[in-house]
Every structure is written in C-alpha cells, then in structure tokens.
Write a protein that binds this ligand. Structure first.
Ligand SMILES: [Zn+2]
Length: 332
C-alpha cells in the first residue's frame, strides 16, 4: 500500500515538474520571441521632400515630432523607457540624461507644445521635463495636468482644452477628440493630485484617452495612440493620414479589430495608416526598436489585418522607422 502511494506521489510530482517546465518554456518563448521589424522595412514611409512642408518623425510608442520649419509640436514625449526590473520592483522617474540625448538626436531644441494622448507612464511621464527643456506648453487631460504640476511645469504652461476645442501653435491647429484606451485594464482612473516622480508605474493612471486631430493648412492627420475608440466620436471628422496605435491589437477578437478600423480609419476617410505603439518600450531608444514580445501582442497578426484592409479599401499602410523624418502626406 505504502509503495503504491509513493508511486502515485512520484507520478504527480513528475507531472507537476513537466507542467512547470512547459509553462516556463512557453513564458520564456513569449517574452523572448518577437516578429522581426526588418520584415517590414519596405513599409517605411519615404523621406520628406526638400524643402520640407510638414515632416513627421516617429520616436517610439506614440511619441511623434511634427515640424514645418517654423513650429514644432510633439505628441507624448516619452523617452526614458524604464526596463522591466525598474517597472516591477520600484518606482520610475524621467531620466534627464536620456531625455536630453533623445531631444538632441531628434534635433529638437524648441517645441510649441507637448500633446499627451493619455496619462499612462509610457505616454506622459517625461512630458513635464520635455516641456521644461524646450519651452513647450503641456496639453492633455486633467490627469496629465497633474503630472505636469508634479514635474514643476508652471501653471500658465499647462493646457487642458475641452474635447473639440482647437488650440493653435503656428500653422498647427490641434484638437483633442474622444477616444478610449485599448481594453488592457491597466491603471484606469484619474490622477487627482500633482504626481511627483519617482512613482510606481501604476500611479500614472490613464485619465481618459484622446485622439489628436492635427490640421496644418489644408492638410489633416489624426493620432490615435491607444488601440481603442469611442463609438461614433470621429463621425464628421476628416484626416488624410492616421497614426494608428496598434499596441495589443493583435490579442483582440476579430470583431474588435474590425470595429477599431471602422471607427478610427474609415470614420475619418484616411488614405494612409502609419502604425505606432508597436515597439517594446521596455527597451531603450538608442537600440533598434523591436515589436512587443509575442506573449503580450501579435504584431504579425495586426500587420496581416492592416495589409488586407489596406488592399481592400485603398489605404496605404506604413510602419515608420524611428528617428527618420518623413512626409505624412507624400503621394504613394
Ligand atoms: Zn496606455
């Protein structure tokens, strides 16, 4: 009897060990495996014409520089990109050295505005420091305003426009429109008081998400940073080019992805989509960007969907390279 019990126990132990091994292997694969961005090199937008009209430069996640030779504006301005250990174990804060180096590499000395799409750390954390270094105003939600206050941005350089209100910076007209965050459940809610770093990543609460409509003369573009949408919110708006957040879109149900396309890309009649928020933002910006690991996203599935939809509806699909300026309205 005792030896039978021992055999059962040993079998159970062996099964548990095997299960752990398989789980460990799967986790390791999911974290270490990601699609190769070089596979999408042919989708990089062409360089801007000279002399440039409006140039866009992708700087990771949904940080994008727009400049016309007179005025420059930046979405989000996130450069610090804390690593997984810092994120899990401690508090995070803007890294002044990384921010300065990144601004210099992007050729940014002066900005009119830093426009924050929502208040998660991978969008808003560095915005106050970027604003202080470049003379910009910080534009965003009341939660973003509290991040700006916690970063010592003077009150007269914080703007919280109401939804649909247009702000003007040189020839740029910027309007925040309703959007939603991708359904990740991460750090929802508002930031109700000035948030002074260092702080936990989860303290950077979303604070509502916006799509950002940018008009420049007769040209129009839209930035939708997170892969979410407010149904009907973009009806009647027009944008030739959409900078489309695709982070974790590859893990959503087909219906969700189709609704996302309809509510954001088709709703504004876009003829070009530039995929953003596809990069693993736990890696530093001075290394080549890589798509989000397979455990958390499926970039290949997203790109397959975009390519199919683009072909069917005549929308040009692009994946930008970091640090390389392009003309968001260039002919195909
Ligand atoms: Zn977010």
């Amino acid at each position: 009897m005792a030896s039978r019990l021992r055999r059962i126990l040993l079998t159970v132990l062996a099964l548990c060990a095997a299960a752990l091994l398989i789980l460990g292997g799967w986790l390791y694969w999911g974290i270490s495996h990601h699609p190769e961005i070089s596979d999408y090199a042919k989708l990089a937008p062409p360089p801007p014409p000279s002399p440039p009209r409006l140039r866009a430069t992708f700087l990771g996640v949904s940080t994008i520089l727009f400049e016309d030779g007179e005025t420059a504006i930046l979405t989000d301005g996130f450069f610090t990109r804390p690593n997984p250990k810092e994120l899990l174990l401690g508090k995070i804060a803007p890294n002044p050295e990384v921010v300065s180096q990144s601004l210099a590499r992007a050729g940014i000395t002066k900005l009119a505005a830093v426009i924050v799409c929502h208040s998660h750390y991978d969008h808003a954390m560095d915005a106050p420091l970027v604003a202080l270094k470049t003379g910009a105003v910080v534009v965003g939600s009341s939660s973003t305003a509290n991040i700006a206050r916690g970063g010592d941005v003077p009150e007269d350089r914080i703007r919280t426009p109401s939804v649909g209100e247009t702000l003007t910076f040189g020839k740029f007209k910027v309007t925040l429109l309703p959007s939603r965050h991708a359904p990740t459940g991460f750090a929802t809610g508002e930031i109700a008081a000035p948030l002074r770093p260092p702080a936990r990543a989860s303290e950077y609460r979303e604070g509502g998400s916006h799509a950002v409509l940018v008009e420049h003369g007769a040209r129009t573009l839209l930035i939708n940073a997170s892969a979410g949408f407010a149904p009907g919110a973009l009806a009647g708006r027009h944008a030739e080019t959409v900078f489309l957040g695709v982070g974790q879109l590859g893990k959503q149900e087909r219906t969700y992805v189709e609704n996302y396309w309809r509510e954001v890309v088709r709703a504004v009649g876009a003829k070009r989509v530039v995929a953003i928020h596809w990069d693993n933002f736990a890696l530093p910006l001075d290394r080549p960007l890589q798509p989000i690991p397979q455990l958390f996203d499926d970039f290949t599935a997203t790109m397959r969907f975009l390519a199919d939809r683009g072909r069917a509806e005549g929308v040009d699909i692009r994946v930008p390279l970091a640090w390389q300026a392009f003309d968001p309205f260039s002919p195909r």
